[in-house]
Design a protein around this ligand. Structure first.
Ligand code: NDP
Length: 288
């Protein structure tokens, strides 16, 4: 039976560390400050931004949600981002996606200066990642960073491991592949055009599913000869409307060594990584 690698104890440990770091920074006159720009009232975005604010305030940071109307003019939107980018009291800044149609041509990842880019999508941060950085210089994309924290907590050394990442998105699969490569894993990045996906997954020590298809990975993707580690990034709903991942947990649990559950796994780590990025950004800006 697989061990479940849950986020709760990992996130608690990181929250405790962040709370202490925020308290130390405050003593030096610097309270980590995050501004979140929310355009319109897209219901999931309202919930996500509220959760981020709650998390940041819980660790002792400041977080303001700047609500802009759905029909905000492009000039006005850019002016606000510019002002916040130049405001020395603001350490982290991000725009909640999706943006309304009239703004969605804007590459928001490039608007926010790299040192305040707590989402980790600015070209300079991604370039550092490509150069081999593990987060010492760059602010890393949050979900991949959260996965690395989970592996680290579980004492899973990536050195020399074969990893198969399924899904090549900019927010998960691609940056995660780079991070794992930087940690000396041999990474195979798979996607919908990969031929012989099962052959690839059966060879892997670690499989990461970031596909967006409910319970797609079952035991037929696994090797009976290996103690495989399965990381489930997917957030989906099954046929009964129940939250589930890309991995069929019930089916694989007898066939793998370790598995991250959904809910209660990777999803919880994304916001924790955002908190780590904010505190790192505040520290670096204070030191410079
Ligand atoms: P995308 O839709 O951007 O990417 C999905 C990837 O899966 C694509 O690369 C696609 O290939 C690949 N894919 C689709 N079908 C198959 C298939 N049959 N075989 C192999 N590969 C396939 O998704 P995201 O990366 O944004 O998200 C993936 C999942 O992770 C979603 O469920 C999302 O909700 C969840 N998620 C969770 C987060 C968290 O915090 N836990 C954060 C972000 C996402 P191709 O490129 O060829 O189309």
């Amino acid at each position: 039976m697989a061990t479940l690698l849950k986020a709760a104890p990992i996130s608690q440990q990181i929250v405790d560390d962040l709370t202490e770091e925020c308290s130390n920074l405050k003593k030096k006159g610097c309270t980590p400050n995050l501004k979140v720009i929310l355009v319109g009232e897209h219901p999931p975005s309202v919930i996500y931004t509220r959760n981020k604010k709650k998390f940041m305030e819980n660790i002792g940071a400041e977080c303001e949600i700047i609500k802009l109307p759905q029909d905000v003019k492009e000039d006005e939107f850019l002016k606000i981002i510019n002002e916040l980018s130049e405001d020395a009291k603001v350490h982290g800044l991000f725009v909640q996606l999706p943006l309304p149609k009239h703004l969605d041509h804007i590459d928001v990842g490039q608007l926010v200066p790299p040192q305040k880019d707590v989402d980790g999508f600015h070209a300079q941060n991604l370039y550092q990642l490509m150069k081999g950085d593990k987060g010492d210089k760059a602010l890393l994309p949050c979900t991949p960073k959260g996965i690395m924290s989970m592996l680290d907590y579980a004492d899973i050394d990536l050195n020399g491991k074969n990893v198969v990442v399924i899904g090549r998105s900019m927010i998960v699969g691609k940056p995660l592949s780079l991070l794992m490569t930087n940690a000396n894993a041999t990474v195979t990045l798979c996607h919908s055009r990969t031929k012989g996906l099962k052959k690839e997954t059966q060879k892997a020590d670690i499989i990461v599913a970031a596909i967006g298809k409910a319970k797609f990975i079952d035991s037929s993707f696994l090797s009976p000869q290996k103690d495989q580690v399965l990381i489930d990034v997917g957030i989906n709903h099954d046929e009964n409307g129940k939250l589930c991942g890309d991995i069929n947990e019930e089916d694989v649990s007898q066939s793998c060594a370790l598995l991250t559950p959904v809910p209660g796994g990777v999803g919880k780590m994304t916001i924790v990584s955002l908190g780590q990025n904010l505190v790192a950004a505040a520290k670096r800006q204070m030191e410079n």
